[in-house]
Design a protein around this ligand. Structure first.
Ligand SMILES: [Zn+2]
Length: 193
């Protein structure tokens, strides 16, 4: 079973997007037994939602469930753009580490600079010591890669290992069918074989 990524008020409704419509119909048919309690759970979640002051995750406790989990490797921080990305990686059980949510990516054209992202918070965590590796799990977009390069530069004084996801080439995928951005990213992130 996947480890819990959030407190019970968030996990309790447990609806995935794929089954949402069928679930909605089911709830409407069983309003008394199901819809009422679900509405209560959502009201409680609405009242208790907090942003983790350490990593930027959304939870009902601060620090969040992930930051408080002693089984996770506190020496590895996975840097993501959004909470949705964090939850996606958790669903994939990619790594039992901690996270840092940037709150977006650098985007000069949209006027998003370093001060608009939670980069200071990341540097503060590195300053506390104990972190050996940062995994840059940003998207393979131009802005994502710009952000990855920027972070690589600003964390250099802390002498932590910086790694990134090997983007792009799907299992069984033929290079011929991939777009150039994907290929370039895959080439840049090549690892020892
Ligand atoms: Zn946290």
């Amino acid at each position: 079973m996947a480890s819990r990524v959030a407190g019970p008020e968030i996990e309790r409704p447990g609806l995935g997007p794929r089954s949402a419509r069928r679930a909605a119909l089911h709830l409407i048919r069983k309003r008394e037994e199901l819809l009422g309690p679900l509405a209560d759970a959502m009201r409680v979640a609405n009242e208790r939602i907090l942003v983790c002051s350490a990593c930027g995750n959304i939870d009902t406790s601060d620090p969040c469930t992930i930051c408080r989990d002693p089984r996770r490797d506190a020496g590895v921080i996975v840097v993501v753009e959004t909470v949705a990305d964090l939850w996606a990686l958790e669903r994939a059980s990619a790594l039992s580490a901690r996270y840092h949510v940037l709150g977006g990516v650098l985007s000069p054209l949209d006027g998003v600079g370093p001060k608009d992202l939670n980069i200071e918070g990341l540097l503060a965590r590195l300053g506390e010591g104990g972190v050996r590796e940062i995994v840059l799990a940003v998207n393979a977009t131009v802005d994502g890669q710009t952000t990855a390069h920027y972070i690589t530069d600003v964390v250099r004084p802390f002498a932590v290992k910086v790694t990134r996801l090997a983007h792009g080439v799907p299992v069984g995928g033929e290079l011929d069918y991939l777009d150039e951005g994907t290929l370039t990213a895959a080439m840049r992130s090549r690892t020892d074989f």
